[in-house]
Design a protein. Structure first.
Length: 273
């Protein structure tokens, strides 16, 4: 789809300048340091244009590179290399930006028990590859979509008439045995979620002080019921994620990983053979 969008009926600039049999060699080079993701997709772009293009990878997804590092060498028909350049870089820069931002969050909470999660705030059609980029950066994936986990959010709660009612409706129909998570914004919400025996409680948009109180409230309660996992979400930034992690939550979900990551600056340098 990306190639069809860019090439359309033909890359006339390349076709009218570059002879059909011309061959070239190119490198994709990092202009800034960061974590790489999307190399196989970039390689697939050139392979789709011409299977005679050969790609030699010099690093792997998840690897941190410095400015000036060569990510791969591309050899083959010059037309395919020039036509695929922008689409390949678009994938690689975007996904590497996500991996790089994720690594910064992961490094910032290092030494705590918190794990960094992504969200469903992804580019339409790109979810699987953006979530792969999060993994390359050391983060973990939350649910893939609406179908593989139950997440009862504030609007579900409002329509159902409360947390208990919403959870009850889910449990009555949960033939797939999906894990159940519910949003909580107050200690009272947390208590209602605890009473409903959910698998995970999402502490949504809480201050660090309230979140700490909620974590202690859950961890110190006397009960034979299973201990639910605790997830923090809402307005999490690099500036405050360490403080959030130190409250003792198990997970921190960060929408910015996929909706606000800055693309890693890369370039393709070509030479004729």
């Amino acid at each position: 789809m990306a190639l069809a969008e860019d090439v359309g009926p033909g890359d006339w600039t390349t076709r009218w300048i570059i002879p059909p049999r011309a061959r070239a060699e190119a490198e994709i080079v990092a202009k800034h340091s960061g974590v790489i993701a999307g190399l196989e997709i970039a390689a697939a772009v050139f392979g789709r244009l011409n299977p005679r293009v050969d790609i030699e990878l010099r690093c792997a997804d998840g690897e941190k590179v410095t400015a000036g590092a060569s990510l791969c060498t591309i050899r083959g028909p010059a037309r395919a290399i020039l036509t695929g350049e922008r689409v390949a870089l678009n994938f690689l820069q975007r996904l590497s930006g996500i991996a790089s931002l994720t690594r910064r969050f992961v490094d910032t909470v290092d030494g705590t028990s918190a794990r960094i999660l992504d969200t469903r705030k992804t580019t339409p059609g790109w979810r699987s590859i953006e979530k792969a980029a999060v993994r390359a950066g050391g983060g973990e994936n939350h649910r893939t979509g609406l179908y593989d986990m139950i997440l009862i959010k504030d609007n579900h709660i409002a329509v159902a008439g409360g947390i208990a009612a919403a959870v009850r409706k889910v449990k009555e129909q949960n033939v797939k045995s999906l894990k159940i998570e519910v949003e909580a914004r107050t200690i009272e919400d947390v208590d209602e979620a605890l009473a409903s025996l959910v698998d995970r409680i999402l502490l949504d948009n809480m201050s660090a002080e309230l979140m700490l109180a909620a974590v202690e409230h859950v961890r110190t309660r006397e009960s034979e019921d299973p201990m639910p996992e605790l997830e923090a979400s809402g307005n999490v930034t690099l500036a405050n994620v360490r403080k959030v992690a130190e409250t003792g939550v198990d997970f921190i979900s960060v929408g910015a990983l996929t909706h606000s990551a800055t693309a890693l600056d890369l370039s393709l340098r070509i030479r004729m053979r």
